[in-house]
Design a protein around this ligand. Structure first.
Ligand SMILES: NC(=O)C1=CN([C@@H]2O[C@H](COP(=O)(O)OP(=O)(O)OC[C@H]3O[C@@H](n4cnc5c(N)ncnc54)[C@H](O)[C@@H]3O)[C@@H](O)[C@H]2O)C=CC1
Ligand SMILES: O=C([O-])CC(=O)C(=O)O
Length: 260
């Protein structure tokens, strides 16, 4: 499997190391990378024996079988449709892009028509299988996520006191924190949607991990899951579990939610 990668930041670099150097994906190799900084891109491409392609449009025309996005919500919004129409599967980590229901449905139709898959790994959270089961024929009534991170992991957070930065629905949370609360959107997709999923974001100088607590209730009973994530060494905003979920999705060529 030839893989194209968009973004060579924290997650992208970890994937290059895991896949191209440590051979963690059987028969898989990142053969092309695309990103905004050509000088750095070429250097990283050389280091990992890949081709540097500046424009995503050219990556779409290349011979890769699967594209991984490890960049931003905006990149997904801009390129998802064209990637899936080109016959390539698309694995998205900035799942916040799918908060817009009409965009999500549009991609679903493209996947059906072009026989491609949108792969959405569980990212920095878990427990989504329970939500999916709970709503299969039962009633899933409430779903919430409380994210508690160190101030340095959240934009605009005061450094010295516990502060609630956001309280509202996932749809609004991802607008305000597009780099920090993608987890609320994968949770919404597995559960009751971004308008009904409750989100609280707390900056807490007393914690050193990225904590996510998910609570849900419905005809199945009640759910409570807390994950205390170690941050990535080079980007405290991102939890290590997020990149592990990408590796896991690639290893099984599967993901929690698949369209198409
Ligand atoms: N689903 C989840 O649970 C999680 C999702 N994320 C999301 O994953 C994404 C990547 O995270 P990190 O690697 O930690 O971030 P990062 O900031 O270390 O790397 C992102 C890279 O994307 C590049 N980039 C920005 N705009 C681009 C464009 N238009 N075209 C190509 N490259 C572009 C940047 O230059 C940077 O190198 C972020 O959107 C982050 O919010 C992060 C953690 C958990
Ligand atoms: O990595 C995390 O803990 C969560 C995160 O940044 C996101 O969902 O965007």
């Amino acid at each position: 499997m030839k893989i194209g990668l968009i973004g060579y930041g924290n997650i992208g670099r970890f994937l290059l190391q895991s896949i191209n150097h440590n051979h963690l994906i059987k028969d898989g190799k990142i053969t092309a990378i695309s990103g905004r900084n050509p000088e750095l891109g070429q250097k990283i491409a050389d280091e990992y024996d890949a081709e540097y392609i500046q424009e995503v449009n050219q990556l779409i025309e290349s011979d890769v079988d699967l594209v991984i996005e490890a960049a931003t919500v905006e990149v997904v919004k801009k390129h998802a449709a064209a990637i899936l129409k080109s016959g390539k599967d698309f694995l998205v980590i900035s799942v916040g892009a799918l908060a817009d229901q009409s965009f999500y449905e549009q991609l679903h139709l493209i996947c059906e028509k072009f026989g491609t898959k949108l792969l959405l790994p569980s990212g920095a959270i878990g427990g989504l299988d329970i939500l999916k089961a709970a709503k299969s024929i039962g009633q899933l009534e409430t779903v919430s996520i409380t994210t508690r991170k160190p101030p340095k992991a959240l934009p605009g957070a005061p450094l010295d006191q516990e502060t609630v930065l956001f309280s509202g629905c996932a749809e609004d949370a991802i607008q305000k924190f597009p780099q920090n609360i993608n987890v609320s959107i994968i949770l919404s997709l597995a559960g009751i949607g971004p308008a009904k999923t409750a989100v609280t974001i707390i900056a807490d100088p007393k914690v050193d991990k990225n904590n996510h607590t998910i609570e849900a209730s419905g005809s199945f009973g009640k759910l409570s899951v807390k994950v205390e994530n170690d941050p990535m060494p080079e980007n405290p905003k991102t939890s290590y579990l997020a990149v592990l979920s990408v590796i896991s999705a690639l290893q099984s060529k599967d993901a929690l939610i698949q369209m198409g």
